[in-house]
Design a binder for this molecule. Structure first.
Ligand SMILES: CC(=O)N[C@H]1[C@@H](OP(=O)(O)OP(=O)(O)OC[C@H]2O[C@@H](n3ccc(=O)[nH]c3=O)[C@H](O)[C@@H]2O)O[C@H](CO)[C@@H](O)[C@@H]1O
Length: 437
């Protein structure tokens, strides 16, 4: 039935193939990322701790933002930094993250100083070589580096938005009695943020449900997730669609656009399902357009298997998420907390496929919450195949009334000003009033 390639016949082989691909590409990508580090440094920005702190008077606000690993932790930190800068343009901001993580390029690109530290993920609670030897060694090393950074930069506050790299510097700040705030994106907090909440002055939670899980409920304030400034203002649908498709094909932009997102790293299960359905869907629906973000690691593989189609845009990573959200009528995505919050802010109907491979199954809880507040459809990875996904997409696209209802509910549940609210809380935590009033 499907003309592209029959991957169903070899599911286990496929998974193994993807895993091998991932580890091989990861190694080469790490090399590429570290070598781009210097190329991506903004010229007008200081690039390390001492130069970032240099010239700062005693009355200049100094903030460290600790974030890393994936976009879901890095972009909320950048959103908070942008709003802090709007409120206090003189504030000195330093980001701390992994030397080879996505943050090492995303942060300098956003115009902020970045200093790397090595860190390791907290192990699960069982006895293993990793937990007994590797973790304590890396943790002690990263704590020492964190104390040095704190001593040199002298921040008034440290803000952690997650990723295991944020743990040592936040812990060091807590131990040194420096003000500490953490931001939890998910509906269920991870263990690192639970531990850090013991030292934190404030916990910015995205959802009420995560407050219920925190040991330190009195420190929590529910603000929503900090959505980037660029995702709070959208271009028109027609302009956005012409960014992805040729004018001759997209015309006045009357067709339907489905945006497929695998999260900042991509999602193999979703890629395989889309690979099986895209030709049939595009053939059956002549007004349908697909924007498909595969993730960097799977892109070469997917691109080599996909046949060119003028109504298909395939990319490893979307650098203009504002245009992607604006172009879309329907979004099919993993249930990462930031993407969920951005979908609400954009007011779009969505189908969510939560990743089963995340701590405490938090994406499933995020997806259930989205179903509750915005009527989002949820397909578990066990249920996911091309037929299930195709009929879920068609059910929504064929029902204008349902699409409008889902959009309205999403907009009603959105908290687009979360980042401004968090920035204001931070200024009051450190007793700095905004020069902007
Ligand atoms: C595998 C994993 O650990 N996933 C976690 C990670 O997801 P992940 O990093 O995928 O985070 P989200 O899906 O929540 O957000 C991704 C962020 O990257 C941006 N983006 C994404 C794709 C793209 O092509 N371009 C782009 O700019 C999005 O606009 C968004 O701001 O952090 C989330 C927030 O803690 C968690 O809920 C997820 O469970």
């Amino acid at each position: 039935m499907f003309t592209a390639i029959n991957l169903h016949s070899q599911p286990s082989l496929n998974r193994r193939f993807f895993r091998t691909q991932i580890s091989v590409q990861l190694q080469s990508r790490n090399l590429k990322i570290s070598s781009c580090l210097s190329l991506n440094k903004p010229k007008d920005q200081p690039t390390n701790v001492s130069t970032a702190a240099a010239g700062t008077g005693t009355d200049t606000l100094r903030i460290i933002l600790a974030a890393g690993g994936t976009g879901g932790h890095i972009y909320p930190a950048i959103a908070i930094a942008d709003d802090l800068k709007t409120l206090d343009p003189n504030a000195q901001i330093l980001f701390v993250g992994l030397p080879t993580g996505m943050e090492s390029t995303a942060v300098p690109t956003a115009g902020y100083s970045f200093t790397p530290i090595q860190a390791a993920p907290l192990g699960r609670p069982f006895i293993s070589l990793y937990n007994l030897f590797v973790l304590p060694y890396v943790l002690i090393k990263s704590l020492i580096k964190s104390f040095l950074i704190l001593g040199e930069f002298k921040p008034h506050i440290v803000i952690g938005t997650g990723g295991f790299v944020s743990f040592p510097i936040c812990l060091a700040a807590g131990l040194r009695g420096i003000k500490l705030a953490i931001q939890e994106q998910n509906s269920v907090p991870g263990i690192a943020n639970q531990v850090l909440s013991l030292f934190a002055d404030k916990v910015f939670a995205a959802f009420n449900s995560s407050v219920d899980c925190f040991w330190q409920k009195s420190k929590c304030v529910v603000c929503g997730n900090p959505v980037r400034l660029s995702l709070r203002n959208y271009a028109s649908k027609a302009v956005a669609r012409r960014h992805f498709f040729s004018k001759a094909v997209v015309g006045k932009g009357d067709g339907k656009v489905v945006l497929i997102l695998g999260g900042s790293l991509g999602a193999n299960a979703l890629n395989v399902a889309v690979l099986h359905l895209y030709t049939e869907m595009l053939d059956e629906h002549k007004d349908l357009f697909l924007i498909w973000q595969t993730g960097v690691l799977a892109f070469d593989e997917m691109e080599s298997l996909v046949k060119f189609h003028p109504r298909l845009y395939i990319t490893p990573f979307l650098h203009s998420m504002d245009l992607a959200y604006s172009a879309a009528d329907l979004i099919v995505s993993r249930a990462g907390a930031m993407i969920c919050s951005e979908i609400l802010a954009a007011g779009k109907p969505c189908i969510l496929i939560p990743s089963p491979n995340v701590a405490e199954g938090h994406q499933f809880h995020n997806a259930c919450l989205m179903a509750d507040v915005a009527g989002s459809r949820v397909i578990t990875e066990d249920e996911l195949d091309s037929l299930t996904l195709k009929s879920a997409i068609e059910e929504i696209l064929d029902n204008e009334g349902l699409m409008t209802e889902m959009s309205e509910r999403a907009l009603k549940a959105a908290k687009p000003d979360a980042s401004v609210e968090i920035a204001k809380h931070i200024l009051s935590l450190v007793n700095f009033s905004s020069p902007q009033g």
